[in-house]
Design a protein around this ligand. Structure first.
Ligand SMILES: *Cc1c(COP(=O)(O)O)cnc(C)c1O
Length: 231
């Protein structure tokens, strides 16, 4: 299958999942996760009409972003505070705020640069201790702690569920994230609009769309398998 065919197929699957849920597929941003893939592959996916790309390592991403600055770049990996400035400089949306200290650091950087910093809060719904993300029972406290900052704009929630062979197994987690979003939006915290849900990867993006995802992060279904890379 060509890259263009893979992109077309993923788009069609998103559209069918949206239709099943009575949703407008235009509300769903397809993020092509290009980590480990080179510029040629990125160019091929971009040529098929994809505008949003996701990377999980700053160093690896910076060169790609420099070559295709007109694309919309998302940071989806774990962010160390000493790399927060580079993330703000290069990425339009940071999906992985999971602590007060990181959120405050991003806010300070935004203030210094004189601009807003758009981010999502990553939630660890599966309870795996190895995974990034704030525990669900600490999510509200984190949002309250990061509300009302000058530059930080919390636009939504993101999750990476535990690996499962059956995509239906993660449906309850996606549903739980959507429920948290509904509940927390009602708090009306300043700077915490939470209109986005970033959930769903190659193995489960259709289930995520059915449960309300506004951003899906799709790697191997678009690019083919990543060779020799565990993540
Ligand atoms: C790698 C990665 C993806 C994409 O995974 P695929 O299974 O290849 O679609 C999505 N989200 C995050 C956070 C990732 O690290």
């Amino acid at each position: 299958m060509t890259t263009a065919e893979r992109v077309e197929q993923v788009r069609a699957r998103i559209e069918r999942a949206a239709a099943r849920a009575g949703r407008d597929p235009r509300q769903i941003e397809l993020i092509a996760v290009s980590k480990t893939h080179g510029l040629e592959q990125i160019d091929a996916v971009a040529a098929a009409g994809v505008r949003s790309f996701g990377e999980n390592r700053i160093q690896e991403a910076v060169e790609k972003i420099a070559r295709r600055p007109e694309l919309r770049w998302h940071f989806i990996g774990r962010l160390q505070r000493n790399k927060a400035r580079r993330a703000v400089e290069h990425f339009e949306l940071i999906h992985s705020v999971d602590s007060l200290r990181l959120g405050q650091a991003l806010d300070r950087i935004g203030c210094e640069m004189g601009r807003e910093v758009e981010a999502l809060v990553e939630v660890n719904l599966g309870g795996e201790t190895s995974k990034a993300g704030v525990a669900p029972d600490q999510l509200e406290d984190l949002l309250r702690g990061l509300a009302g900052l000058e530059a930080l704009r919390l636009r939504g929630l993101m999750t990476v569920p535990p690996r499962a062979d059956d995509p239906q197994a993660v449906r309850p987690l996606f549903r739980a994230l959507a429920e948290q979003q509904r509940r927390l939006r009602e708090l009306g915290l300043p700077g915490v609009s939470l209109e986005h849900l970033s959930m769903g990867m190659s193995g489960d993006f259709e289930v995520a769309v059915e449960e309300g995802a506004t951003m899906v992060r799709v790697g191997s279904a678009l690019f083919g398998p990543r060779v020799g890379a565990p993540n």
